[in-house]
Design a protein around this ligand. Structure first.
Ligand code: NAP
Ligand code: 8YV
Length: 311
């Protein structure tokens, strides 16, 4: 196999060495003059692209790769992959479902507990020698109501974990799932109004853009907490900042943001939010499994086999 592969964006550590055993590999530098020069030099030969769900496949990059046959993305989200453009060019696209489900669900539960129990604020207090000063009390999670926006693979894994905390679970998505024991809400504001915690784990993209808006946040209310482990685009971020600043929402645990890695200063200044750098799948174990799927999908394609995990 001699198909040249381009690597764009951060990759799990097992990807580059394995790909180098099988393909000529080029690594795209940060979008600079250097990257343009590399694309000028090898862009027309590249037949496979390894990327991740955050970096995605910008249209300009796709256009610079006229011989591209296959994209293998490390991650489940497809909102940055420009799937329609890929389809028009018959470019095959794979992502990495399932292998990250457990760790992302764990991260959602961790964010919920950290926000409710003021874990990060308490840690900051101890490090600063302030002990209990100004900390106040946290809030109970056990037995509370959890609303899940998006009861897919990760949402269901969150629900199973939350059940161990005796939480009352409801969910909203486009269609009710007849196979789960949780209460379905066909209206997101109604779900929010019946929730102490609202966990967002729907895909990004235009269909979910700004779904968690002022109406939903106000329905969640001053004793409610928002947890977002899906995509920043799903939440109206200025409306979230206003709700937190005005005390119309108790707190937020956020792994994802509108304009990553930029986080509004207003959120950084707040003690009642817990912030993560889009890190929910960031364990050694999961990232290695994601990386292996990236490698295996590219190898399958160039061996003339179907993709293992097509989008
Ligand atoms: P999934 O199994 O496809 O589940 C997605 C769920 O969202 C489905 O139950 C779907 O139900 C619902 N949904 C989709 N579009 C919707 C809409 N317009 N309105 C309401 N509900 C909608 O996906 P998954 O594996 O659980 O992953 C979910 C998302 O998590 C990914 O797409 C990715 O963006 C995000 N993610 C984030 C991280 C991170 O690091 N923070 C890591 C992994 C994944 P219906 O079809 O019935 O609506
Ligand atoms: C990753 C993600 O952080 O799977 C997704 O959709 O957003 C995350 O798992 C991302 O793919 C970066 O590698």
């Amino acid at each position: 196999m001699t198909a040249p592969i381009l690597i764009a964006g951060r990759m799990p550590p097992n990807v580059i060495p394995q790909l180098q055993e099988h393909f000529p590999v080029h690594i795209l530098p940060e979008p600079t003059a250097e990257a343009d020069a590399l694309l000028q030099e090898v862009g027309s030969q590249i037949r496979g692209l390894a990327t991740n769900a955050v970096q995605g496949v910008p249209l300009a990059l796709m256009d610079a790769l006229p011989a591209l046959e296959v994209v293998a993305s490390s991650g489940i989200g497809t909102d940055a992959l420009n799937l329609d453009a890929a389809r028009r060019r018959n470019i095959r696209v794979a992502n990495t479902p399932d292998v990250l489900t457990a760790d992302v669900a764990d991260a959602g539960i961790a964010l919920m507990l950290a926000t409710a129990r003021k874990l990060c604020q308490a840690d900051r207090n101890v490090r600063a020698g302030r002990w209990l000063q100004g900390l106040g009390l946290g809030h109970r999670v056990t037995g509370k109501r959890l609303g899940i926006l998006g009861l897919g693979r990760i949402g269901q894994a969150v629900a199973r974990r939350a059940a161990a905390f005796d939480m009352h679970i409801g969910y909203h998505q486009r269609r009710a799932n007849p196979d789960v024991p949780y209460r379905y809400y066909d209206s997101l504001p109604d779900l929010a109004a019946d929730s102490d915690f609202l966990m967002v784990i729907v895909p990004g993209g235009s269909a979910t853009e700004g779904m968690v808006d002022r109406t939903v946040l106000d329905a969640l209310g001053p004793e409610g907490t928002l947890i977002n482990i899906g995509r920043g685009s799903t939440v109206d971020e200025p409306a979230l900042v206003d709700a937190l600043q005005e005390g119309r929402l108790r707190g937020a645990g956020l792994d994802v943001f509108h304009d990553e890695p930029h986080v509004p200063d207003a959120l950084i200044d707040m003690d009642n939010v817990v912030l993560q750098p889009h890190y929910a799948s960031g364990t050694v174990e999961t990232r290695l499994e994601m990386g292996q799927l990236v490698v295996d999908n590219l190898r399958a394609h160039f061996d003339g086999q179907p993709l293992l995990t097509p989008t």
